[in-house]
Design a protein around this ligand. Structure first.
Ligand code: FO1
Length: 333
């Protein structure tokens, strides 16, 4: 069994950790392999270091080293380097770097500077986190450097009528907590991006494709923007099953509601499914969600809150079961 998933940050990582827990409880699926295509639009260069927040969240969460309460960064972390950087007046100071996390960024930046493609760097980091032994392959969506930027109102030179300026997604997300109105999202480099080695193959050879409840605009949406990736998903023989990121019209975590409104999409499970309508076969929504199945989409209602690892395992199991049912033709969409 080969499962392929597209994933962004915290929500996606927790869902996939749940999936691995669920698979361990299913002896008949013990040899299952998981390929994770991670979002790199969040990537940012700070203090001369290349930081890949969504890839690192996936590595740390699936590798057992994540700071559980935050969902990102390392457990048992210290911040001596960040404190000294602040003492030095190094900017920016709105992005907190833990000491062990800095080691990841130094190592990655060193290998990238030597010319190693990001996918090869991720492979090295995945070994350090024991992902191969867990049957997990982590792939960046592309080796091409891309960055999501957010166009917000007002500029440095408003006198000249500069009505808009672009800031890095991380600055919008972390410094401003998505409070600045996002006029649009611009992903620098995406139109020239090429799927990383193994990405298209992971979609082609998958028996099941899963979309965790990651942000449909700035995580899943960015991955789908890599030229050739969406076509591969459309052409995949595997059923594609997703999990709504919304419960009662609110994101389980993060700012998916703000992102959806920014691009003029209703903050509903139905509207999010509409963003995936050219390839989605099954969709899990919260038990109280008003959305109904359509002629082309199988909808399953169940609790969606990833409140605990066992709950995440159950949710991931429900998504996998729906995909397996669709694959076996046991249910019509
Ligand atoms: N999120 C925050 O809210 N504040 C931070 O200071 C912060 C630092 C940080 C450092 C490394 C890293 O990999 C992630 C970090 N995040 C931080 C989380 C990150 O902004 C988001 O998880 C994702 O980029 C959104 O999907």
């Amino acid at each position: 069994m080969h499962i392929t998933a597209l994933a962004g940050g915290v929500g996606g990582a927790r869902f996939l950790r749940g999936l691995l827990g669920h698979l361990r409880r299913r002896p008949e699926l013990s040899g299952a392999r998981l390929s994770v295509i991670g979002n790199t639009g969040d990537d940012i260069t700070l203090h001369g270091l290349r930081i890949c927040p969504d890839l690192d969240t996936l590595l740390y969460t699936l590798g057992g080293g994540v700071h559980e309460a935050q969902g990102w960064g390392r457990a048992e972390e210290t911040h001596a380097v960040a404190a000294e950087l602040a003492r030095l007046g190094a900017m920016p100071q709105w992005f907190t770097l833990g000491d062990k996390d800095v080691a990841t960024h130094i190592y990655r930046s060193q290998l990238l500077a030597q010319g190693m493609p990001l996918s090869a760097v991720v492979e090295r980091l995945a070994v350090r986190w024991g992902l191969p032994e867990r049957g997990v392959t982590l792939l960046p969506m592309t080796d091409t450097p891309v960055e999501t930027h957010v166009v917000v109102p007002g500029g440095d030179d408003e006198a000249a009528g500069a009505q808009e300026r672009a800031i890095h997604f991380q600055e919008w997300w972390v410094r401003h907590q998505a409070s600045l109105p996002a006029r649009r999202f611009v992903v620098a480099g995406l139109d020239r991006a090429v799927p990383a080695p193994g990405v298209l193959e992971a979609l082609r050879s998958a028996d099941v494709v899963l979309l965790p409840p990651s942000n449909p605009v700035v995580s899943i949406g960015i991955i789908l923007g890599v030229p050739g990736l969406r076509d591969a998903l459309r052409g995949a023989r595997a059923p594609v099953v997703g999990v709504s990121p919304l419960v009662a019209g609110r994101p389980v975590r993060g700012h998916a509601d703000v992102c959806l409104s920014s691009i003029g999409v209703d903050v509903t499970s139905s509207a999010v499914a509409g963003l995936y309508s050219d390839f989605l076969d099954g969709w899990l929504v919260d038990e109280d969600d008003p959305m109904a199945a359509t002629s082309t989409l199988r909808v399953v209602h169940r609790p969606l809150l990833l409140s605990s690892p066992p709950a995440s395992a159950d949710l991931a199991g429900a998504a996998l079961d729906l995909a397996l049912d669709l694959r076996a033709g046991r249910v019509t969409a």
